[in-house]
Design a protein around this ligand. Structure first.
Ligand code: A4P
Ligand code: MG
Length: 178
C-alpha cells in the first residue's frame, strides 16, 4: 500500500478517518479506486481500510443502495487542505454538486469523520462529522479500524455501533461484474 514519495514528510502526519460512500456507476469500484487515490494525496498515506458495507439510503429512498467504507490516513495536510483535496477526488469521480438534491445519489462522497483531536464548528468544516455517531454506515466500518476511538460528547465507537441500527446494514462481499 505504501509508496514512498520524495518530499513527503510522513513523520509529521496525524490520524484522520475518512468516510467513503457511493451509490452510482459501480459503487464498489468507485470506493476501491478512492482508497488508492487517498494514498496518493500529498503528504498522506493510507494506513488502513475497512471492509465494504451495503445499506439502504438514509434520506430520499428513490435511489440505489449505498456502498460505504472508512479509510484511516496519516496526513500532514491541514484539515481544510484535506477537505479541498477530497473535493477534487469527488470531482474526478464525476461528482457535480450543483445537480444533486440533498442526500441524493452520488458517485463518491468523501467526508472527514475525525481529524486527530481537532474540534471545529464552521459551515465549511465540522469536526468530528456532526452525524457520524448516528449512522450505521459510518460506525460499522469505523469500528473495524478504531473501536476505542472516543467521539467527543458521544463515547467510544464500539459502544455507539452496538446501539446503532439505522439504516440496516450488511457486509458487502464483492462480486465480479457488479
Ligand atoms: N462539511 C462540513 N463538515 C464536513 C466534514 N467533516 N467532511 C461541508 C466533509 N464535508 C463537510 O457536503 C456538504 C457540505 O458539508 C460541504 O460544503 C462541506 O464543506 P457535500 O459532500 O457537498 O454534500 P452532501 O454529502 O450531500 O451533504 P451532507 O449533508 O454532508 O450529506 P452526508 O451527511 O454526507 O450524507 N445513506 C447511506 N446508506 N450511505 C451514505 O453514505 N450519504 C448521504 C449523504 C445520505 N444518505 C446516505 C449516505
Ligand atoms: Mg459529503
Amino acid at each position: 500500500m505504501r509508496r514512498h514519495r520524495q518530499g513527503d514528510d510522513l513523520s509529521a502526519g496525524v490520524p484522520a478517518y475518512i468516510g467513503l460512500g457511493s451509490n452510482l456507476d459501480g459503487p464498489s469500484a468507485q470506493i476501491q479506486r478512492a482508497f488508492t487515490e487517498l494514498d496518493g494525496l500529498p503528504c498522506t498515506r493510507l494506513q488502513a481500510r475497512s471492509h465494504l458495507y451495503k445499506s439502504r439510503p438514509l434520506g430520499p429512498q428513490q435511489q440505489p443502495d449505498y456502498i460505504n467504507a472508512v479509510a484511516m490516513l496519516a496526513t500532514g495536510l491541514e484539515p481544510l487542505a484535506l477537505l479541498r483535496a477530497l473535493r477534487k477526488l469527488e470531482e474526478a469521480h464525476g461528482r457535480r454538486r450543483s445537480s444533486e438534491e440533498r442526500w441524493g445519489a452520488r458517485n463518491l462522497d468523501l467526508d472527514i469523520l475525525v481529524y486527530d483531536d481537532v474540534q471545529l464548528d464552521t459551515p465549511e468544516l465540522m469536526l468530528p462529522h456532526p452525524q457520524m455517531h448516528l449512522r450505521s454506515f459510518v460506525l460499522y466500518p469505523l469500528a473495524e479500524l478504531a473501536p476505542d476511538l472516543v467521539i467527543p460528547g458521544h463515547g467510544p465507537v464500539q459502544a455507539l455501533r452496538a446501539h446503532c441500527h439505522t439504516p440496516p446494514i450488511e457486509r458487502y462481499e464483492e462480486i465480479a461484474n457488479e
